[in-house]
Ligand binder design. Structure first.
Ligand SMILES: *Cc1c(COP(=O)(O)O)cnc(C)c1O
Length: 447
């Protein structure tokens, strides 16, 4: 029995798959392309804001920009007055260039260089300080306004993390901030945890609230905390996912490759997106009897969050054309017109597991299931978009399309390069306008 991992049904996606548009775009671009759906981003953003409102918690949502490079999403942030989390000079310029205000930016990332710190400070952005030496670079910036900062807390439950300040370093940092008077505005504390668990986030948030109270004793502002990102996305139904985890093995993959199930992204999450925020706010921080939401209100602490992947749930997919199909004993190898660099899970010894959808311009009736892995158009044995032998409803043919669903969060463009002189996939924005679907390029081509 072939293991399948079909993505959750999605009417907008299914409508696109049934029509001609994706075939036309593949023809027009002559290569792979990604499409992004900004209306989904808007809905996800609104859901996070609603979760804050319902809990009676004042807060701000910052889109973690590293999750996707499309201009369309930053444009939506500017339009909605949302914040953006940037971690490099390039991301800062992109956000400002698309109309996000400097004061709506939070600058994260380790060991930020002086030029980035300086522009961020002049723009009134909030800077999450990751180390004492970064703090001293900030205190030496000669800028005509107080620099807005958060102090990033080393997560005591994630001892392998290379980010944040330890308890001793935090004590030192607080004293330096107090001594620096008008040069800094110490607005609070931050963390970002890997993984998707609720309770560790609630616990650490509770701890950061206490740190705010402690910092205020030194005369510091300390009225907000950022709990970073890590709100899960639910890609596939529970049953398919649990069956897959229990049964998958080397026979399910080309070249009998083996994956460690712990390296897979948790493609099914019972609590995801804005619901994960609700759960974090409703849980009780360790050692306290009150939900986090109440604790925040009582202490007068605002909640900042930096979702990346979760704001992009359902907000884009990747389309490749089949370039060739060949048989191996028991399965086949489909080669597409792009590369595995457009599916970035390989950074994590893993692969992107939701099943790609096979679209054909020439439907036929007498179809039989055909299992195949999916390779890229390169000369590397390691360039597979999918090592898994996917159960396609029939043998793919040259000119068919493979649509990898829900790739906007981290998959589509983090790792892309013009390897082999293959063109980078085009990026198109698809949106509703007066009741019909229209498309445009994400960025205007240079003239
Ligand atoms: C990557 C990152 C995020 C976003 O994480 P998601 O899992 O995409 O929500 C938020 N904050 C910081 C500091 C990050 O490094």
């Amino acid at each position: 029995m072939a293991l399948t991992l079909p993505a959750h049904p999605d009417p907008l996606h299914d409508g696109l798959a049934a029509g001609d548009l994706l075939h036309d775009l593949s023809h027009a671009f002559g290569g792979p392309f990604h499409f992004v759906l900004p209306e989904r981003f808007d809905a996800n953003l609104a859901a996070f804001r609603t979760a804050l409102d319902e809990a009676g918690v004042e807060g701000t949502v910052y889109f973690a920009k590293k999750a996707n490079k499309a201009a369309a999403f930053v444009e939506r942030c500017a339009h909605a007055g949302a914040g953006v989390d940037v971690a490099s000079h390039g991301e800062l310029r992109e956000a400002l260039g698309h109309g996000v205000r400097g004061e709506d930016l939070v600058v994260t990332g380790p060991a930020k260089a002086e030029p980035l710190l300086r522009v961020a400070a002049l723009q009134g952005a909030l800077i999450a300080v990751d180390s004492l030496d970064e703090l001293s670079r900030i205190l030496h910036l000669d800028v005509p306004r107080p620099v807005r900062i958060l102090l990033r807390r080393f997560p005591p439950t994630h001892t392998g993390s290379r980010f944040g300040l330890t308890d001793d370093q935090l004590d030192t940092a607080l004293l330096r901030c107090a001594a620096a008077k008008e040069r800094v505005r110490m607005e609070g504390f931050s963390f970002h945890l890997s993984g998707y668990d609720v309770q560790p986030r609630t616990d650490l948030a509770g701890e950061l609230v206490e740190l705010c109270l402690k910092a205020r004793l030194l005369g510091l502002q300390a009225d907000r905390i950022s709990i970073g990102g890590g709100f899960a996305v639910d890609y596939v139904p529970a049953e398919a996912w649990h069956t897959f985890l229990a049964e998958q093995g080397p026979d399910d993959y080309h070249a009998r490759k083996s994956f460690s199930t712990s390296d897979f992204y948790p493609y099914h999450s019972p609590v995801a997106g804005a619901d994960a925020l609700r759960a974090i706010l409703a849980a009780r921080p360790h050692g306290t009897g009150e939900p986090l939401a109440g604790r925040l209100r009582e202490a007068g602490v605002m909640l900042l969050l930096e979702p990346g992947r979760a704001l992009l749930a359902g907000a884009g997919s990747s389309v490749f054309a089949v370039q060739g199909v060949k048989d191996r004993p028991g399965y086949g190898i489909v080669t597409v017109d792009g590369s595995s660099l457009s599916l970035s899970e390989q950074w994590f010894n893993s692969e992107y597991l939701p099943d790609p959808l096979l679209l054909t311009p020439h439907p036929d009736q007498d179809a039989a299931e055909y299992r195949a892995c999916v390779g890229g158009a390169s000369c590397l044995d390691s360039d597979l978009l999918t090592w898994r032998k996917i159960a396609f409803p029939r043998r793919p043919r040259v000119g068919d399309l493979l649509v990898y669903p829900n790739t906007a969060g981290y998959q589509m463009d983090s790792n892309e390069s013009p390897f082999h002189d293959l063109p980078l996939p085009a990026k198109v924005v698809i949106h509703h306008e007066n009741g019909r679907l229209r498309w445009r390029l994400d960025r205007r081509p240079a003239l």
